[in-house]
Design a protein around this ligand. Structure first.
Ligand SMILES: [Zn+2]
Length: 301
């Protein structure tokens, strides 16, 4: 696979905590060198289509959420020719009407992270300010909604995904704050994945199985052990059904994109284009340095 892959052959990207042999077949590992370091990517086939999978916590699940090299991961997928990314996020409920065992296909994001690198372009002579009116690609969301429609689980078709810094769980006061701000679910790795994918002009959407209640909504939030969030994910076949839905969603994605995600930089890029930024929408509409006009002074009436 390469960045010159034609749209109909572009591999589908998946960012997940795990990928079984049933989900990703014919797999091999590639080490992809990016401007932000080397990322390990599993390449193979999902549902009969080429796929590239990032295990965000590493193959041994020992990379905590605040230490993930998001920029290397996202750009590695881009370098492999990926145009569309599905993010699998096992998360907690903030909205009391959403219960463990439910599945949420989010439509919006609330960023409560603190110290992460939020841009691919923060060391360059440019300013990139992508539109986030629709943070998740509607085409990928539609595929996920259709793919989950036949599952026996309760699927919530819209939701606000709050992303916190971690690695600890939230406090009860923080959960109440998120509730007041309209969040439905909470997890730690979605931001800046969703932002960097937009900067890389890749489609991005999330499928989020709910595996615990937020702090204060239940006696305790446990990471491992009996009754923990991990137990909830693998009990009752939820993990297997999520993988089943991922395979179906990949198969449902149209061969070519008709959304606007692949043109995100055309309306958001200002300055000097970095050398590593190849095969993007700026090829079609070159951006001149200094293209942004100063805001006129406000005159008093
Ligand atoms: Zn899209």
């Amino acid at each position: 696979m390469s960045s010159s892959t034609s749209p109909s052959q572009a591999p589908v990207g998946l960012i997940s905590s795990a990928a079984s042999e049933r989900l990703l077949t014919d797999r091999r590992e590639e080490k992809v060198k990016t401007p932000w370091g080397t990322a390990g990517v599993l390449v193979g086939r999902i549902g009969g289509r080429d796929a590239a999978v990032v295990l965000r916590y590493g193959p041994k699940l020992v990379t905590p959420s605040h230490k993930i090299n998001h920029r290397a991961n996202i750009w590695a997928l881009r370098m492999l020719g990926v145009e569309r990314v599905i993010s699998q996020n096992a998360i907690g409920s903030v909205n009391p009407s959403i219960q463990p065992g439910d599945i949420v296909i989010s439509h919006d994001v609330l960023d409560r992270t603190k110290s992460r690198s939020h841009s691919l372009f923060d060391e360059e002579e440019c300013w990139v300010r992508v539109d986030m009116t629709e943070p998740f690609c509607h085409e990928v969301r539609l595929a996920l909604l259709e793919a989950t429609s036949s599952l026996p689980d309760h699927v919530i078709k819209r939701g606000v995904f709050a992303c916190t810094e971690g690695p600890r769980f939230e406090t009860p006061a923080e959960i109440r704050s998120l509730q007041r701000d309209g969040a439905d679910i909470v997890g730690t790795p979605l931001v800046p994945e969703v932002v960097l994918a937009r900067e890389a002009e890749m489609c991005f959407a999330s499928i989020a199985p709910v595996i615990n209640y937020g702090a204060g909504m239940a006696p305790a939030v446990l990471h491992v052990g009996p009754g923990s969030m991990n137990d909830n994910y693998y009990a009752n076949g939820l993990h297997d059904r999520i993988e089943q839905a991922l395979i179906a969603a990949v198969q449902l994605l149209p061969q070519a994109r008709s959304c606007s995600c692949g043109k995100a930089l055309r309306s958001g890029f200002h300055g000097t284009r970095p050398g590593w930024l190849t095969h993007c929408s700026l090829d079609d509409a070159p951006v001149e340095t200094g293209a942004v006009q100063p805001v006129p002074a406000v005159t008093k009436s």
